[in-house]
Design a protein around this ligand. Structure first.
Ligand code: SF4
Ligand code: SF4
Length: 179
């Protein structure tokens, strides 16, 4: 049967492709080789959530040659573009990890950075405030930072993708209330 060995920063994996797909984690403990099976999580929820996020809505081009953007605005988005959609952050988030009932109203950290990327995009004209609050459930996040800790791309999900939009929306709500 085909077996593939995969080395990585956080350990080594054995992947058996047939007759049944299995992933094993192996490591040395007291000079003995130990192996543990890794559960393969069901990530179908994430693909359903991805469909609910409206794509970029660019404003009209400003010049004949195209758009103009400040480099600093683009630099801010680069961190979010590193996401490889491994969904580790979704798997550890306690809001949905053990609470199926929260899934319909909580997008999860992977999609918070997708939404943050769109909201911070200098060309985007969309307004996702209602989506973030009502369908994506930003308010359910209690800033535990578990998602940031497991991200293999070291994206600062909580500090850069969750807190800034939350603060921004809070300010908008206060401004609306002042009017
Ligand atoms: S910081 Fe928020 S999104 Fe990240 S794991 Fe904690 S509750 Fe979930
Ligand atoms: S853990 Fe990091 S790379 Fe993986 S899906 Fe989440 S944000 Fe993307």
């Amino acid at each position: 049967m085909p077996i593939e060995r995969v080395g990585g920063e956080r350990g080594n994996l054995l992947i058996k492709h047939s007759p049944k797909f299995q992933v094993w984690y192996y490591f040395l403990l007291n000079q003995q080789l130990c192996m543990r099976p890794l559960p393969v999580p069901d990530v179908s929820f994430n693909y359903e959530k991805a469909k609910t996020i409206p794509p970029l809505q660019p404003r009209p081009k400003e010049t004949a040659s195209g758009y103009r953007m400040v480099q600093a605005d683009l630099d801010r988005l680069q961190e979010f573009r590193k996401c490889i959609e491994c969904f580790l952050c979704q798997d550890v988030c306690h809001v949905i990890r053990d609470h199926e009932e929260n899934k319909p109203r909580f997008a999860g950290p992977c999609f918070f950075i997708r939404l943050a990327e769109l909201e911070m995009h200098p060309l985007d004209t969309g307004d996702r405030r209602a989506l973030l609050k009502e369908q994506a459930g930003l308010g359910l996040c209690n800033i535990t930072k578990c998602c940031s800790e497991v991200c293999p791309e070291k994206i600062q999900i909580t500090d850069n993708g969750i807190i800034p939009p939350a603060v921004h929306f809070l300010r908008c709500a206060m401004d609306d209330g002042d009017e």
